[in-house]
Design a protein around this ligand. Structure first.
Ligand SMILES: [Zn+2]
Length: 289
């Protein structure tokens, strides 16, 4: 199940639910999944789990010691396990770690983000202006989501060339890109190190949890990229978990004029080129069934 497939399934699930008050109350989702939510004090790092009763009813238990936004995410994540029929493997790594997470868990996180921030509600609520710390925090608060989740959503649904990069222990783990950025073939290598000269690099080197926005050179971030153009980078570092996030964006006028594919080659108009999804390939994506 690839990422597009997961998003499609989430949107199909949402279409059957009244989401008008979903920012306040997730119960329409819970009901649609034939589930019930129980709150309990679980161990540190344990966000939640689901038990299915013989009558088919699912009991989702969430850790009442975690923040409200975290509990909301957990409920949506558990609903994903139910709706997608994917087994959970929560034991292996802490939930904040993208690096070694099981593909099922990443799929359920993607599904959960769709549920927490339904794209139609998001698009009608998002201010049509340049991103800023305030704007992203406003959107996170509005949808009861974490700052990184809101920043990632902003990038993937933005109509400006925009990307969201997650870095752990100094290495790029994941990049989400807006449609317009994907269309020009902007590519950020997964597993590459945080580029020297970027805001992310400086914040991480400082070792403190802080946020900063600054202009940097575009070719710092994108492979095989034209030199001499700048972009904005809003970066936040979380020292405790050694995780850094960056939102990157630029004016359309600052896009290089040559269209390239993600390998840096010019796109020939032969009509036969597969659509560049721009998403990082997931483990097992190319495996034939
Ligand atoms: Zn899970």
């Amino acid at each position: 199940m690839d990422e597009a497939n997961v998003r499609q399934k989430a949107r199909a699930f949402i279409a059957k639910v009244d989401v008008s008050n979903i920012q306040e109350d997730l119960s329409p989702y819970v009901t649609a999944a034939n589930a019930k939510v129980k709150k309990d004090e679980l161990g540190e790092g344990e966000s939640g789990y689901t038990i299915t009763k013989p009558n088919g009813k699912h009991i989702i238990t969430v850790n009442s010691l975690e923040t409200n936004e975290r509990q909301r995410f957990t409920i949506c994540h558990e609903i994903a396990h139910i709706v997608l029929g994917l087994e959970s493997s929560h034991e292996e790594v802490p939930s904040w770690s993208y690096a070694k997470r099981h593909p099922n868990e990443i799929a359920c996180d993607t599904f959960a983000a769709e549920l927490l921030m339904p794209y139609q509600l998001w698009l009608s609520a998002v201010p049509r202006e340049e991103p800023s710390l305030e704007l992203l925090q406003h959107m996170a608060d509005l949808f009861g989501a974490s700052f990184p989740a809101a920043a990632s959503r902003f990038a993937s649904l933005s109509d400006m060339p925009c990307a969201f990069v997650t870095m752990e222990r100094g290495a790029v783990r994941y990049a989400a890109r807006s449609t317009s950025l994907r269309q020009v073939g902007a590519w950020i290598s997964p597993r590459s190190v945080i580029p020297t000269g970027s805001v992310a690099h400086r914040l991480r080197s400082s070792g403190t949890s802080t946020t900063e926005t600054r202009e940097v050179s575009q070719d710092l971030w994108f492979d095989n990229w034209e030199k001499g153009l700048d972009l904005w980078e809003l970066s936040r570092h979380y020292a405790r978990v050694d995780t850094t996030i960056s939102l990157l964006w630029f004016d359309s006028e600052d896009l290089p004029e040559v269209e390239v594919n993600r390998f840096g080659a010019r796109i020939e108009d032969d009509g036969g080129l597969p659509e560049l999804t721009g998403e990082l390939p997931w483990p097992g994506r190319n495996r034939r069934r």
